[in-house]
Every structure is written in C-alpha cells, then in structure tokens.
Design a protein. Structure first.
Length: 399
C-alpha cells in the first residue's frame, strides 16, 4: 500500500475513534448498540400492605338512598337533639356515603372548626387498625398467630402468651395504667411502649389469670402488639402503620400521634362542660390508642375489609369470629374487633373507644355492607348509641 494512502487510512481511523469517544461522552441514557449493560439489582418492596378495594359493590339506588337518609336524619336529630355533636358522624352503604355531619371545634382557643378532614382521636378504635397491621404480617409469613411473644420480644417474661392471645385479649396481662400508678414502679414521667415492656421484664409482676383461660380486655395487649410490629418490620410503629395501612388505602388524614411533635397542633379533647382535657404521662403510648383519623378515612379502611386483597380467606375467617365463650351472652371478641352474635345467626362487628374527652364508635355490618362511624372530641356517650341504627339495615335483634 502506498505510504500516502496508509497515512490517510490511519488519519481516517483516528478521526473515527475520536468521534465515537466524543459521542459516548455526550451520551446520557441511551446505550450504544450491542453495548453491554450490567444487570442492575432491582430492590423489590415485599413489605406487606393492603391493596385498595377491588371488590365491586352494587350501586345504591336513589330510592334506597332517599328512604335511608330520612331515617338516619331522624335518628341523628334524636341522638344529638341540640345539634351538639363535637366531631363527625357518617353512615355509608356499599362505600357510598348516605349521611354525614361535622360540628364543633377542634381547638376552642383558636376557634378551629371540625370538618371532614379533621383527624380525631380514635381511642380504642385504634386497636382495630393495629390488629390489621399484625394480621398483614401474619398473612405474609412474617409472624404466626400461635407464635410465643417472647420469641419476638426477648425481654418479655411470660412463657405461654402468644400473639393471638394479645389480639383477642386472653393473655392475662395486667393493665399498664394501673401499674404506673405505683410510685415504686414508675416515677410519673412520660411513658413509652418500651418502658412498659421494661417494667414487666424488671419486676416480678403476676398475670391476672392463666393465659387463654378467659377474656380480659386490656390495653397492655395492644401496646405489646405495637412493639411486635416494630420488631418484625424494623420500623417504628408510626412509619409501619403509614406504610402498611394508611398510604395504601389513601387514608391521607390519618396519623399516629407523637406527643412531642403533635401536642400543639392535634385536635384537642374536652370534658362534657367544655373544659380542656390535659395530656398526661400515658399519652405517648400507642397501639392501644393514639391513632387520629376521620370518618371518611375509616370508611376507606372499612371498604378494604371486603376486598380479597385484605387478608387471605382463611385468616379473615379467624378475625371475624368469637374466642371467648366462658360466659353466656351475645357479646364476644375476635382478632381486634368486638362482635355480637345472636342465635338467629346475625352478627354485628364493632369497636368503641374512650380516651380523655374522646369517644368513638365504629360499626361494620358485613352482611349488609354498611359502615356506621361516630367520633367525638368532647366527652359524651352518644357515639356509643349509634349501633342502634343497625336495625335500619338488617334484622339485628337489638333492644
């Protein structure tokens, strides 16, 4: 090959190489053809979560709505005769809101009014949602119903108590609020869930009764379940509840109370005479209480329970059944939910709550796909009476 031609070929090769290099430097996301791209490890989020409702419920007819709305309105005006509800009241059928009312003040000092987006303290209705997070962990194999608590919380000193016994209140654990009244056990400072566990671990405290012998409603059970959620998920309870329940269901107005962060901005609670209910040393314990939510967000939660994605059918069946038949009667307790079951075969599932001036009631009529919700931030037993409205939707033998 002539020398001039060789020089020209080398020059051409040099220009081509430089051009390719320049192009590759300017490239952003598009790889060159046949360029080897290493497989990137995709982090799969396997965290258990509730899926939004996928079960289709029948559309409520206008005639049905008209008939029921009139009856609910009469009921509301009979319960709150002076229109003195301080909170929210909602009734829904097949996910459609038939009736809702909001009234009162979230903060009497600032005159902030309660509306459909005002989170109210659920008190013990929080237990229903705490139980749901635990059940989702069980459904995903991260936990077992019959698992001993001391295999999860190593400091827990009681050998025979299982996760299920915490859920259905058959553990025999003492009430932590009673223990903390003893100055020898607690100094009166702000209490946490871990403090409760430490109190049991460091003191020789007897159980109220042999585990699984009988029913004994106790907030301690759900304070321990909150710690179990934290241990299994390696997250704090507030974040775990947000990820497992609140976010997937679009419960945007729902959160877990943080004493240091939220005490100045939360919806306050009041005594029946409108005097402010002060916080105390038990106000930073969660699981048994301390979820703030709205009737609309609770309706979103209720709708999820009709979805096949809520829980496996086998586990869901265990949730909505009674476990305590030591004494005759219609009242019982499932896994995080109260129930009344009559000889007629009718069942009504519900949970009530009370904390400071907050009272709450959540009723879910599974056969009739109806939710009845009442939340109040001013002490009153009126929310507890809304269960009577169930008779308008089914043959519930209520007195």
């Amino acid at each position: 090959m002539p020398r001039k031609k060789m020089k020209f070929t080398k020059a051409l090769f040099y220009i081509f190489t430089v051009t390719i290099l320049l192009i590759s430097c300017k490239r952003t996301d598009s790889p060159l053809i046949a360029e080897h791209i290493p497989n990137k490890k995709v982090k799969v989020d396997t965290f258990p979560r509730l899926a939004p409702l996928r079960t289709e419920l029948n559309k409520v007819t206008s005639s049905y709505k008209k008939q029921k709305i009139a009856k609910i309105d009469r009921f509301y005006k009979k319960i709150w005769r002076r229109n003195d509800l301080s909170g929210g009241f909602l009734v829904a059928k097949n996910g459609e809101i038939l009736y809702e009312q909001y009234n009162g003040l979230a903060n009497r000092k600032t005159k902030e009014k309660i509306n459909e987006h005002t989170p109210l303290h659920l008190a013990s209705v929080s237990k229903v949602i705490t139980a749901t997070a635990v059940l989702k962990l069980i459904d995903r194999g991260r936990l077992q119903l019959d698992q001993k608590v001391n295999t999860i919380l190593k400091e827990f000193p009681y050998e025979d108590i299982t996760v299920q016994m915490l859920l259905n209140h058959r553990s025999g654990l003492p009430k932590y609020s009673y223990l903390c009244d003893d100055e020898k056990i607690w100094d009166g400072s702000m209490l946490t869930n871990q403090d409760i566990l430490d109190i049991f671990a460091e003191n020789d405290i007897s159980l109220y009764f042999t585990p699984d012998r009988k029913f004994g409603y106790c907030n301690t059970n759900y304070a321990m379940l909150a710690l179990i959620i934290e241990k299994v998920t390696d997250m704090n309870y507030r974040d775990a509840m947000k990820k497992i329940v609140f976010d997937p269901l679009g419960m945007k107005d729902t959160y877990v109370f943080n004493y240091e962060k939220d005490k100045e901005t939360c919806c306050l609670s009041y005594k029946g005479n409108n005097v402010l209910f002060d916080f105390n040393h038990l106000d930073d314990v969660y699981g048994d209480k301390n979820i703030y939510s709205t009737p609309r967000d609770l309706l979103k939660f209720d709708l999820a329970t009709y979805s096949k994605d809520f829980l496996s059918p086998e586990l869901a069946e265990k949730v909505f059944k009674g476990y305590s038949y030591e004494h005759p009667g219609v009242k019982n307790y499932g896994l995080g939910i109260r129930l009344r079951e009559w000889k007629t075969g009718e069942k009504m599932f519900y949970h009530n709550g009370w904390w400071h001036g907050n009272t709450s009631s959540y009723i879910t009529l599974k056969k009739d796909t109806v939710a009845i919700i009442a939340l109040s931030n001013k002490f009153s037993n009126k929310p507890y009476r809304v269960y009577k409205l169930a008779k308008e939707f089914g043959s519930y033998p209520l007195k």
